[in-house]
Write a new protein. Structure first.
Length: 441
């Protein structure tokens, strides 16, 4: 009797230890779900699996030591149950095929829906499985939902989907998915990674308004596009394009619309030949912030807004260091799409400083152009290049983004802030300098 009591105490200790391990796994899963909300829940299954495994091991040990057939049969049944559950979970995640349907283009903050199509290659009945799409680590997302569990059937496509909002622009590519499957009792969980055909998505920046007191351009610059002779529809027809919200109904070309099966509007020459160039600081170490709230992200979003407004009013928008050899589209709507794609491809990994890019840009811009230079980190060579650009007849407008607005306050001491002295030095070289205020989104 005393030996049996000892074994009973040992059994309780093992069960308590198993429960403790299971509770820790639940806490670890909760931390993982905070980082990835789409991850499947497995905590309670871990508790059950560990508890049953511990019980089977204990009963088998006691059965051998006490030579008890009853305990041996009980432990054998538990072990057989675990083995069968493991085989079923292993089969649940094997022999699957996947297809991903995702939009080719999205906008920052837009709700994106990705559809996953799953089917089985084997004629077996499967329990529910969960599919997690392995998005690129660079793709910061919010509000990501988990795809609903599905039971794949042989040669019958089963569809599920998940959604998310991208927080930063860029060109993203991913291929693999992770499948999580369990047995019918939920005691054992298995996972398997599958490689699929790569999916590419272009996430373009969302235009963020930036109101500036633009300097007078004396008949050729960007101020003319806002309040000069470029305002209005013009008189010389240039062609037709697809209707976009905001176009006047009186400019719809009904005959072309009837032939094309969609609304088309007439475009006119505006009479303005203003050329505006953009140079964005993108060298390594000049992007400051976290996730989608960084200086470079805000620069691209403000640039998207400015170019949209300028193109609408007849200006010619150029990215001389990013679109070398590219001939801009004549249609403002098509040109804006090209601009958004260009902005989406900018990464903070360039080898040239912003001063070196401005030096290259000023040789490609026509005389009398205005050039916007967007910076977040002081470049000691920039004032000298600005003076040279002004001497060549260019109007230079420098937009400064203070990195201290985009990172936690405890890290401000390590940031290369744009000082008033530096911006003043750039201003004395002939540039118009504007400190862009930070606005939370």
């Amino acid at each position: 009797m005393r030996i049996a009591a000892y074994y009973g105490i040992a059994f309780l200790i093992l069960v308590v230890g198993a429960l403790f391990i299971g509770i820790r796994s639940v806490a670890r899963e909760q931390r993982m779900r905070r980082e990835n909300p789409s991850a499947p829940r497995r905590g309670l299954r871990s508790v059950a699996g560990v508890a049953v495994s511990t019980s089977a091991f204990f009963l088998a040990t006691v059965a051998v030591m006490l030579n008890s057939p009853g305990l041996f049969y009980m432990s054998t049944a538990l072990i057989a149950t675990l083995a069968a559950s493991r085989v079923q979970a292993w089969l649940a995640v094997r022999g699957l095929q996947f297809e991903r349907v995702a939009p080719e283009k999205a906008q920052v903050g837009e709700l994106v829906t990705v559809e996953m199509v799953v089917w089985s290659e084997r004629r077996i009945r499967r329990p529910l499985v969960s599919v997690t799409d392995n998005l690129p680590s660079r793709l910061a997302v919010a509000e990501r939902t988990a795809s609903l569990p599905v039971a794949p059937a042989y040669d019958v496509p089963i569809r599920t989907q998940y959604r998310f909002r991208p927080l930063r622009r860029g060109r993203f590519k991913w291929s693999s998915v992770t499948v999580h499957g369990t047995d019918a009792l939920g005691l054992v969980t298995m996972t398997k990674n599958y490689d699929m055909s790569p999916t590419e998505m272009l996430v373009v920046p969302t235009p963020i308004p930036l109101e500036l007191d633009l300097p007078s351009a004396s008949g050729w610059g960007s101020a003319e596009t806002e309040m000069g002779q470029a305002r209005g529809a013009g008189i010389e027809p240039r062609g037709v394009r697809e209707y976009v919200p905001g176009d006047s109904i009186r400019y719809i070309h009904w005959r072309s619309s009837a032939r094309a099966g969609q609304l088309l509007v007439k475009e006119f020459e505006t009479g303005s030949h203003a050329a505006v160039g953009f140079v964005i600081q993108r060298s390594a170490g000049t992007d400051h912030g976290i996730g989608g709230n960084t200086t470079l992200e805000r620069m691209c979003s403000n640039t998207a807004y400015l170019t949209e407004r300028m193109l609408r009013n007849g200006a010619q928008v150029l990215f001389p260091t990013l679109e070398e050899g590219h001939r801009p589209s004549a249609s403002p709507h098509e040109r804006q799409q090209e601009v958004l794609a260009t902005l989406a491809g900018i990464e903070p990994d360039g080898h040239e400083s912003v001063a070196e890019e401005l030096a290259r840009a000023m040789t490609k811009l026509p005389q009398g152009s205005m050039v916007y230079v967007l910076i977040s980190t002081a470049d000691p060579q920039l004032p000298g290049v600005v003076r040279e650009a002004v001497g060549r007849g260019l109007r230079v407008l420098v937009l400064g983004y203070d990195p201290q607005d985009y990172v936690p306050s405890k890290k401000h001491a390590r940031l290369p802030a744009l000082s008033e002295e530096y911006l003043g030095e750039v201003s004395t070289m002939g540039a118009t300098v504007v400190s862009v205020p930070y606005t939370a989104i």
